[in-house]
Design a protein around this ligand. Structure first.
Ligand SMILES: *Cc1c(COP(=O)(O)O)cnc(C)c1O
Length: 363
């Protein structure tokens, strides 16, 4: 069992123990303070946004973003039909209506033409999900949003280290949301961040996560807020993880490229070409029979995971509407072992199992 290759395992390295120890010795109160500020500055600087507010998760980041624009129950928010469930759920949290649109087969993100057909007088915001670090024509989307007076929120939970036309994902919309949950590019166990260039939104986010307080240390509340605060312990871990961001990005790209070069010629396997601007989060392939390949991989001691089902197939969002592209990809996708600590030999082993499987299949 020791040579089982898991689909994912977080890379937790560096001097985390020492840094946590130093932090405790320094007399910190564990809750968010100076280390959190430092982590926020690090993220803002890396992403190229003016402000950053960290919070308990990517999900709360999305919820806070929607609260910051005062999303109301009669409002509609456009989200892609291929995403993690947190994206539409954040809209539901505010009792507003998520409107699903199909994806673009070129990048598996929201189809911008389909998006335009779903705009109504009630459309308040669009949540663009840069799934797996990929994205489409965001310049065009930005222009469209500003002309139509629609707020653009980027769900960049999977996109730390990924760019669109040289700008870091998450920095193009009114707000961009990141996640630091265990499988993401860097992790603080749980955690999330919202970046923005809008000072008003920034102040609103700060207040929302701290009970709607006018300022820290005073119990004056001018608006409804909650407790979505971070901790300095997580910030210490996050700052350590950030030290290896360049190596993480480099290795993730190498891992994807190695899979791509091995699998692009395999008949029956669809794998999107890699791009230097993308730090792929997971290695995703699209095949006719993902569950049979998954069983075959498991027999060989290799973990894998089916990609997200199309949102409209989930019980809570069930609809008879047809979304042909997301149906095709969501029902055929499989995530292969994708952690940055994978060895080349292990990737080759996974690819050989896949090649043999498809050789047999084609007889
Ligand atoms: C992980 C993820 C989220 C949710 O982030 P959490 O930190 O787990 O709450 C939201 N959207 C996408 C696209 C994600 O991958």
């Amino acid at each position: 069992m020791s040579d089982f290759i898991p689909q994912y395992a977080p890379l937790i390295e560096g001097e985390i123990g020492q840094s946590l120890n130093d932090y405790i010795q320094s007399g910190g109160w564990i809750t968010e303070f100076k280390k959190t500020k430092e982590f926020e500055q690090k993220i803002a600087e890396f992403v190229g946004s003016q402000y950053c507010v960290v919070t308990t998760s990517g999900t709360t980041g999305l919820i806070m973003s929607l609260m910051a624009i005062a999303l109301a129950p009669e409002d509609e928010v456009i989200v892609p039909n291929y995403t993690m469930i947190a994206t539409p759920n954040a809209v539901k949290f505010l009792n507003a209506k998520p409107v699903f649109v199909d994806i673009d087969p070129v990048n598996l993100c929201m189809d911008l033409e389909a998006l335009k057909q779903n705009i109504t007088a009630k459309t308040k915001a669009i949540i663009y999900v840069s799934l797996n670090g990929r994205s489409g024509d965001l310049n065009a989307l930005k222009l469209f949003c500003s002309k139509s007076n629609i707020i653009l929120i980027e769900d960049a939970a999977q996109s730390l280290g990924s760019y669109n036309d040289k700008r870091h994902l998450g920095s193009l919309g009114h707000m961009g949301v990141f996640s630091f949950s265990v499988p993401k590019i860097i992790t603080t166990g749980q955690g999330g961040a919202v970046v923005t260039n809008d000072e008003k939104i920034y102040k609103k986010l700060k207040s929302l996560k701290d009970f709607g307080r006018r300022s820290a240390g005073h119990d004056i509340h001018d608006e409804i807020g909650f407790n979505f605060k971070f901790t300095d312990i997580q910030a210490v871990v996050g700052l350590e993880q950030f030290k290896s961001i360049d190596q993480r990005m480099k290795r993730k790209k190498e891992v994807y490229k190695l899979y791509y070069n091995q699998l692009k010629q395999v008949k029956g396997v669809d794998i999107l070409a890699s791009s230097e601007e993308v730090t792929p989060w997971f290695v995703d392939i699209y095949i006719d029979n993902p569950t049979s390949l998954q069983a075959e991989l498991a027999k060989n001691g290799i973990g894998s995971r089916l990609v997200y089902p199309p949102i409209h197939h989930q019980k809570i969002y069930k609809s008879n509407h047809s979304y042909p592209v997301s149906e095709k990809y969501c029902l055929s996708g499989l995530w292969l072992p994708s952690h940055p600590q994978l060895k080349d030999q292990e990737i080759l082993k996974v690819c050989n199992v896949i090649k043999e499987f498809f050789n047999r299949e084609s007889f």
